[in-house]
Design a protein. Structure first.
Lengths: 220, 247, 222
């Protein structure tokens, strides 16, 4: 491995890293919002919207992100919807992630026991108060492991962005290899930057999971 | 009376913590011995030592004079002769009630499946659960599960039955249905060693009471003496902790 | 909207052939992953410190490294590092098996751990020996816990194999691109129809498998 090459490549990777992080963060944020909304629609059985939400979840959970991106990026413009590459990446990630997050929140909501809500009603809370103060926080806590797993999964999925010509880490590595054939250095940096991006998420996620479990059950 | 089970000088410890300290206990054929004591006194560990689930550091357990812990031969052939029922039932969740009961007789004793089923049905009928024979454990209440666990143990015709806090996980209204089964078994002359917190049940079923505290047998005797005229301060205190009468 | 292109010549047939390429690679990888995952997962329950450390690093690395990165590193890197050239198809099977084995072993370990010791003791106390206990009591329970999750792994594997086009394997997306290219003039809107169709094809393959997995999970909940 040649250090000069590494040093000369480094700035390009840093740029790509921030691009990946930025789109990844927007996508994850979007996934979070979509997931919450969809989970509520389904949990409260809002007519029509709940059914549509369920169809959305099934469709996006059962298709690959790459195919979703191709459809949004290359397919939709044919109907007159032009989506710029960055928006497409964030949107694709958000839609894919939303379907996964929705499943996570929904099973959390389903798992909070009925007795729990009866307890809150007995304390004189209104149904709204009960939902926001008792049921939702608990359901959210139950969903934490799923959320952590989903965030890691989504950030990994950003690696397909290069397919719609976003200059992300993967694109940069491919580009540099194509130009100079320094495969080893290009891949070493690629792996390095993905570790930088995902190892902290994985570690922090693990700590949060433990904390939540501790809070909920008093022990692991 | 013929002695079946003998525990001699048994000492069990985890590292420095001594759980059972030179315990001697002998159980005769047809006798029901009930062990009581505060939580953590080692009474459940004693049962687990009998079945050789725990390694012991000193002493020995013998069944009909044959040493079973520490065990030289095949443990499973020894355990066949000792039935055990657990606090948490431990039915096999992927098998029906009937399959739970016939598995060991068919696989271990090589009994014909039809015969085993016949016997299982007769036992289920006795505990009022014949209609549940094709149900899975998760479809049963705690009390029903525990009754199945008891008759499942009986299917192996054990010489001694060990019952380890079998009502501790049950809702109060289900305790009775399980204890009734145990009282029936006692009347039939089954040899049993029972660990329990249910003192009134203990008194009804026991031929002999044993009080363990701090890993040692502190007192033993007939139920009447034991409850009416406890000799040691520690037993008096223990019995008092169960009564709510004003002093 | 571009759907008509599919009816031209053998286009639809080619698309399905492409889908089969992806499915074949996923099925081979899943099979390898299940076998290796069961072995590794069982080893991980032993308290051997070397196995523990190595498996932990392996699992964490696979957990945070995108399959796409692994695919490129194995396919293009192996030539350079090891001096051997492997086909794109073998490279993808290697990568997906590495990933699947990691996932599977974690599931196997979890399932093995989820059976409490007392369930073993309950079986021993009936006189069953160790082999009988595993055969009749433990393994059937583990399979029930594992099967829904393993089936779920199949759909995830199928979705992941869409990446193989990126290392030049002609699978369904690549075929789609070729069809769009070839009909650029006659059907300028083919991209919509073709990609919508591929979207639907993946859904039609993965959805029933997901449903089966959910059904089994519900059925064997207890």
């Amino acid at each position: 491995m040649n250090t000069d090459i590494i040093v000369s490549y480094f700035p390009r990777y840093v740029d790509a890293f921030w691009l990946t992080v930025r789109i990844g963060a927007i996508g994850v944020g979007l996934a979070f919002v979509i997931g919450l909304v969809v989970a509520f629609l389904i949990h409260f059985k809002i007519p029509v919207l709940a059914q549509l939400a369920a169809v959305y979840v099934e469709f996006f959970r059962n298709t690959p992100l790459l195919v979703q991106l191709f459809f949004i990026y290359f397919g939709l413009p044919k109907l007159g919807f032009m989506v710029p590459a960055e928006t497409c990446g964030a949107l694709g990630l958000g839609l894919l992630g939303g379907s996964y997050m929705a499943e996570g929140f929904r099973s959390g909501l389903g798992a909070v026991s009925k007795s729990q809500s009866e307890g809150a009603l007995a304390l004189g809370m209104t149904r709204g108060q009960m939902f926001f103060h008792v049921i939702f926080p608990e359901a959210f806590a139950l969903s934490v492991p799923a959320i952590v797993a989903n965030v890691i999964f989504l950030l990994k999925e950003t690696s397909v962005f290069s397919a719609i010509s976003l200059m992300d880490l993967m694109f940069t590595a491919k580009d540099l290899i194509g130009l100079y054939y320094n495969t080893t250095e290009a891949f070493a940096l690629l792996i390095f930057f993905y570790i930088i991006m995902l190892l902290p998420v994985s570690i922090v996620g693990g700590i949060v999971e433990k904390k939540v479990r501790y809070k909920m059950f008093g022990a692991q | 009376m013929a002695e079946i089970l003998n525990i001699k000088n048994l000492t069990k410890s985890y590292d420095d913590l001594v759980v059972l300290d030179h315990v001697d206990l002998s159980v005769n054929k047809g006798e029901v011995v009930v062990i009581v004591g505060p939580s953590g006194c080692g009474k459940s560990t004693l049962l687990r030592c009998v079945n050789a689930f725990e390694q012991i550091q000193e002493g020995e357990v013998t069944l009909h004079g044959e040493r079973i812990n520490p065990c030289r031969g095949k443990l499973n052939t020894v355990r066949e002769k000792i039935g055990m029922v657990f606090q948490s039932y431990e039915l096999f969740p992927h098998k029906t009630v009937l399959q739970n009961m016939t598995l060991a007789p068919v696989k271990v004793k090589k009994i014909n499946k039809k015969d085993a089923e016949k016997e299982a049905e007769a036992l289920l009928d006795r505990v009022g659960l014949l209609s549940k024979k094709n149900n899975y454990p998760h479809q049963l209440s705690g009390g029903q599960k525990q009754r199945v666990a008891i008759v499942r143990a009986l299917m192996m015709h054990p010489e001694v039955l060990l019952l380890d806090e079998i009502t501790a996980a049950l809702d109060p209204e289900m305790v009775r249905e399980v204890l009734d089964v145990v009282i029936q078994l006692a009347k039939e002359g089954r040899t049993m060693v029972i660990v329990t917190h249910e003192l009134s049940f203990a008194r009804a079923v026991a031929d002999r009471m044993v009080f363990i505290d701090g890993g040692k047998i502190v007192e033993e005797g007939s139920p009447e003496e034991f409850f009416e005229r406890p000799k040691t301060e520690r037993l008096k205190k223990f019995l008092d902790s169960f009564s709510y009468s004003a002093k | 909207m571009g759907f008509e292109v599919l009816l031209k010549g053998t286009n639809m047939h080619r698309l399905l052939d492409g889908l089969w390429v992806a499915l074949r690679i996923s099925l081979i990888s899943v099979t390898i992953s299940i076998v290796l995952g069961v072995i590794l997962g069982s080893l991980m329950t032993l308290k051997n410190p070397v196995i523990k450390v190595v498996s932990k690093i392996y699992l964490e690395f696979i957990r945070i490294m995108p399959q796409m990165v692994l695919l490129f590193v194995v396919y293009f890197g192996s030539t350079k590092a090891l001096g051997l050239s492997i086909t794109a198809e073998s490279a993808s099977i290697i990568v997906f098996s590495l990933w699947g084995t990691a996932e599977m072993s974690d599931l196997v370990r979890g399932a093995l751990r989820s059976i409490p010791t007392i369930q073993y003791e309950s079986s021993y106390s009936l006189g069953l020996n160790t082999a009988q206990t595993y055969l009749y009591i433990i393994i059937p329970q583990i399979i029930r816990r594992m099967l829904p999750l393993s089936i779920n792994l199949i759909t995830r594997m199928i979705k992941t194999t869409s990446l193989i086009m990126m290392i030049g394997i002609v699978e369904v997306l690549k075929v789609g691109q070729q069809i769009i290219e070839a009909n650029r003039k006659s059907a300028p809107n083919a991209a919509f129809g073709i990609y919508a169709t591929i979207f639907l094809l993946y859904f039609l393959v993965c959805w029933p498998i997901s449903l089966l997995s959910k059904y089994l999970e519900k059925r064997w909940e207890n």
